[in-house]
Design a binder for this molecule. Structure first.
Ligand SMILES: Cc1cc2nc3c(=O)[nH]c(=O)nc-3n(C[C@H](O)[C@H](O)[C@H](O)COP(=O)(O)O)c2cc1C
Length: 190
């Protein structure tokens, strides 16, 4: 896919078909993350791949969906839940924080997922303490985010920003995501 098309096509997806994702495809997402920039090249991020359906069911209550939508429309219905997850960890013994590395790696995963025909949702609103217990994650790893994955079963489009950043869903289930224009984003050209 052309880069321009890929960047436009990548939208947050929160509803998924139930076809399973192959382990090779999931590993390719970690390959994209591996190639991302890393400050001083310390590469402190590690990843848990979850593809087992029983384990996916255990993660589902530990993530929060689409805060801008009315409560009843936020989480995917039981037959449209993610079929895989990537849990992003930062090894704090290598580096504390690493927020820029995290952003770069996760964006590579999201773009890579789009290129693989997947939908994805980057999730920061997660129950870290429960995830730590569920996956026996040692304290030295900070649990940064969860990325929910699956073959997309919803559509999302960008629209011009008109004063509200809130994304919304229309009666056909199409997500509308307001994005600020290039003109408004450019602070100055000299
Ligand atoms: C750091 C970060 C954390 C996010 N956390 C969540 C989350 O917990 N739950 C959720 O449903 N979406 C989450 N999102 C997705 C955003 O809501 C989404 O990116 C935004 O609405 C813009 O839509 P777009 O990704 O299609 O451009 C998160 C995005 C980022 C960058």
């Amino acid at each position: 896919m052309e880069f321009k098309e890929l960047v436009k096509k990548r939208r947050t997806i929160r509803r998924f078909k139930q076809d399973s994702i192959s382990i090779d495809t999931l590993k390719s997402l970690i390959e994209y993350a591996r190639l991302a920039p890393s400050a001083a090249n310390v590469q402190s991020l590690r990843y848990i791949i979850v593809k087992d359906s029983d384990v996916c069911q255990k993660i589902f209550p530990l993530v929060r969906w689409a805060a801008n939508l009315p409560e009843s429309e936020r989480a995917p219905e039981s037959e449209r839940r993610p079929t895989a997850y990537v849990i992003v960890l930062n090894d704090t013994e290598i580096k504390k924080g690493a927020k820029y590395d995290i952003g770069a790696a996760v964006q590579n995963i999201l773009l890579g997922a789009t290129d693989e025909g997947l939908g994805a949702c980057w999730m920061g609103s997660i129950e870290r303490d429960k995830l730590r217990i569920e996956f026996s994650i040692p304290e030295k790893y900070e649990i940064t985010h969860v990325i929910s994955l699956g073959y997309p079963d919803e559509k999302s489009k960008i629209e011009p920003f008109k004063g509200s950043y809130k994304y919304w869903k229309d009666e056909n289930g199409l997500m509308h995501v307001p994005k600020i224009s290039v003109e408004e984003l450019i602070f100055k050209i000299e």
